[in-house]
Design a binder for this molecule. Structure first.
Ligand code: BES
Ligand code: MN
Ligand code: ZN
Length: 496
């Protein structure tokens, strides 16, 4: 369950809540909410500033229990850093810091007044949505495969946000996005022995059952065999869990309007296949369906918002395992498009399932635009780190739409070139194309491979290898790029 969001226009000192959140800038400069709480509590905050406890440094947080003169049980003061450099990025960060601090308290509801602070070039709707999503992000816990614990402290379940007047859509968007993000995070976090291709297909079918506007088609390996998905099926051949092609269709407008299409890499576990990956950290390859989780999450958010567009969401769901029946380096595959592919490395499997999924999506739906999301290359993590998703497209207008959506929603992407100059790295003697392009520009050559299968499409590719999850033993799914993709669709719906 996501947090429940509501608005309150009440005066800060009169809000009866378990915890009220207000910000203070560096140097102890009060926001207006902090100033009101300070006055009502006879200078409780000023005292902290004078004693040096409260500096207002970015990331600082302090809890005051039962302060005199105000209706809230606790005040959480958070540092906003320097007022003059306060921007959208710092706004998200302080909301996340505040949310994490609230999350540690034994409270089931709280009120944040942070939306009152000025964020240059951003309106109240944006501030409310961003704050709500930060709190929801911090309050998500993965518990599905843990033994239930009895004496748990209360968990945050609802959040009031302080604002005088705000468009109703701000919190609606926040709720829909939060649902989509949680759905994506949960799917990606699930272990690969649960979240296999069949499981993803079942989840998609359940969405179609739940919403009248949604229908679902699942192609199994027999149907894909008949249709000629030679590249996708090869990747799945070493696995006991047969591949599925999942297609969800949402109708938000008349049926003859061409849909937008999202395609997500759904490798439910990537061992590398015969080109086996090293053992260390291989467990993280359960997140190799992060693209699938991301497009399914965006799909759910779009459905919940009821956007007036048509949308399809296509997920090739496949497990990449080594086995006596597995595909091998040297194999030549015939893809659905007819293009033949020489496999030089079975660990470059994402592009092999995506090429067939992209061909099928283009042929089946003639979409207005196709965007795929994939944890495609380690090279993207080297190039951009964990903060930006890689964006590659030959269509400047589409690329700019996506960059803008990412910038606005703080789920940012950075564009890399998709020039044909790189195409010769994929040349093969034994097939039309090879599945790897050598050391140089690995993210670009992977996208160049996909570009050969999307020639007549308005297509963009997001490499989310660095952004889909936080790495390490305690790392978990981030829910990216649900916000970016959903924002892009919200913007398209507004254009229509
Ligand atoms: N799923 C991996 C990419 C990946 C690696 C994502 C690490 C996030 C973290 C993908 O299937 C893969 O193995 N790619 C290879 C491609 C190479 C063989 C050309 C890679 O990046 O090493
Ligand atoms: Mn791989
Ligand atoms: Zn992979």
């Amino acid at each position: 369950m996501t947090l429940q969001f509501s608005l309150t226009p009440a005066a800060p000192e009169s809000i009866a809540t378990a915890c009220i959140v207000a910000g203070v800038y560096e140097g102890g400069v009060f926001t207006s909410a902090a100033a009101r709480l300070d006055t009502a509590s006879q200078g409780a905050l000023k005292q902290l500033v004078e004693a040096g406890d409260l500096t207002g440094q970015l990331g600082q947080s302090l809890v005051l229990f039962k302060p005199q003169g105000i209706a809230a049980e606790r005040i959480l003061v958070v540092g906003l850093g320097a007022q003059k450099s306060f921007d959208a990025q710092s706004y998200y960060k302080v909301n996340l810091d505040a949310a994490r601090a609230v999350d540690k308290l034994p409270v089931s509801e709280a009120t944040t007044l942070l939306p009152e602070v000025d964020v240059p070039a951003h309106d109240i709707a944006w501030k409310l949505r961003t704050a709500a999503l930060a709190f929801d992000h911090a309050s998500y816990r993965y518990t599905t495969t843990l033994k239930p614990r009895s004496s748990q402290k209360p968990q945050l379940a609802s959040l009031q946000l302080g604002a005088n007047e705000a468009p109703a859509e701000a919190l609606q968007q926040a709720s829909a996005l939060a649902s989509g993000i949680r759905f994506a995070r949960e799917l990606a976090n699930l272990p690969p022995n649960i979240c296999n291709p069949q499981y993803l297909a079942d989840q998609a079918a359940a969405l179609a059952d739940e919403y009248d506007t949604v229908s679902c088609r699942i192609l199994d390996h027999v149907e894909m065999e008949q249709l000629g998905f030679g590249s996708l099926l090869a990747v799945g051949r070493g696995s006991a869990n047969p591949p599925k092609l999942i297609a969800l269709e949402y109708r938000g407008t008349d049926h003859d309007t061409r849909p937008y299409a999202l395609v997500g890499k759904g490798i439910t576990f990537d061992t590398g296949g015969i080109s086996l990956k090293p053992g260390a950290g291989m467990d993280e390859m359960k997140f190799d369906m992060g693209g699938a989780a991301g497009v399914l999450g965006s799909f759910l958010a779009t459905v919940k918002l009821g956007l007036p567009i048509n949308l399809v969401c296509v997920v090739p769901a496949v497990e990449n395992m080594p086995d006596g029946n597995a595909y091998r380096p040297g194999d030549v595959l015939t893809s659905l498009s007819g293009i033949t592919i020489e496999v030089l490395n079975t660990d470059a499997e994402g592009r092999l399932i995506l090429c067939d999924a992209l061909t099928w999506t283009g042929q089946t739906y003639q979409p207005k635009a196709i965007v795929d999301a994939a944890t495609l290359t380690g090279a993207c993590v080297v190039a951009l780190g964990k903060h930006a998703s890689g964006l590659l497209s030959k269509h400047d207008d589409l690329a700019n739409e996506l960059l803008d959506a990412g910038q606005h929603s703080l789920d940012r992407a950075w564009r890399l070139p998709l020039w044909d100059d790189y195409q010769n790295q994929l040349e093969s003697v034994f097939a039309d194309v090879a599945n790897i392009g050598g050391k140089a520009g690995g993210t670009i050559t992977a996208a160049c491979f996909l570009a050969r299968f999307t020639e007549n499409q308005r297509w963009a590719h997001l490499d989310i290898a660095g952004t889909a999850w936080d790495e390490g033993r305690k790392g978990s799914s981030t829910g990216r790029p649900v916000t970016l993709l959903t924002q892009w669709l919200i913007d398209r719906a507004q254009e229509a």
